[in-house]
Design a protein around this ligand. Structure first.
Ligand code: PGA
Length: 247
């Protein structure tokens, strides 16, 4: 099974989200065994997008979640609220949350626990900055990001998660990681999964400046699909990426 997940970030208004969701839904009618397609609009657009994709095989995802179930946490959104809008997947630990908002590996781990506990499928994002890569510590950084989460979840719940390797320097820059470098990280991630959870199968996606021309090269080295930012905002490109991954 391959995955194509669109992360719309903070780019679209509710109206614009409705337009994009409608365009994509028109072209994706059939559920296929080989490919899962999901879109992750901003919180305010979830309900409207949910209505549009309801009868299609497209899955609804959110871009974040809070680590507590309910209570006095002004500005935060809970798993319970998300599920009511039809959300099934949730992106956790995206590099923009780690680096712009300042989320630590520990915060990410708490959010992962909450998502898994609530029955949402988390997409755990990991990835190094350019400075970390240049200093030769990319694998150490990603290793720590993964370990913090792996140590806080059970093997049973690990089965529900997805992992997205997204080098920070490749996100939104038009400068994607080479498939060879992405492969080295894929090998590390697989090794860590095997050491901690044995033969549990966790889908691993690549993210960072993917488009309809390069998405297949990550699948070819063994990635199970892509987490897509900029290219997911253009229906035609996103649909072409879907066609590429379906082949
Ligand atoms: P990008 O973003 O495809 O625009 O590089 C990927 C992401 O942030 O998930």
């Amino acid at each position: 099974m391959k995955y194509l997940i669109g992360n719309w970030k903070m780019n679209l208004t509710i109206k614009e989200s409705i337009v994009l969701a409608s365009k994509i839904t028109k072209e994706i009618k059939e559920r296929t065994k080989n490919l899962t397609v999901a879109v992750c609009p901003s919180f305010v657009s979830l309900s409207e997008v949910s209505k549009i994709i309801k009868k299609s095989p497209i899955i609804l995802g959110a871009q974040d979640i809070f680590w507590e179930e309910t209570g006095a946490f002004t500005g935060e959104v809970s798993a319970r609220e998300l599920k009511e809008t039809g959300v099934q997947y949730v992106i956790i630990g995206h590099s923009e949350r780690r680096h712009v908002i300042g989320e630590s590996d520990e915060v990410v781990a708490r959010k992962m626990q909450q998502a898994l506990h609530s029955g949402l499928r988390p997409i755990l994002c990991v990835g190094e900055t350019l400075a970390e890569r240049n200093n030769g510590v990319a694998e150490r950084v990603v290793g720590h990001q993964l370990r913090t989460v792996f140590e806080s979840i059970s093997e049973l719940s690990a089965k529900k998660m997805l992992i997205a390797y997204e080098p920070v320097w490749a996100i939104g820059t038009g400068n994607p990681c080479t498939p060879d470098d992405a492969l080295s990280m894929l090998v590390l991630i697989r090794k860590m999964i095997a050491e901690k959870f044995g033969d549990v199968k966790i889908p691993i996606l690549y993210g960072g400046s993917t488009d309809d021309r390069n998405v297949i090269s990550y699948a070819e080295v063994g990635y199970d699909g892509a987490l897509v930012g900029g290219s997911s905002l253009h229906a035609r490109t996103f649909l072409q990426m879907k066609d590429q991954l379906l082949v």
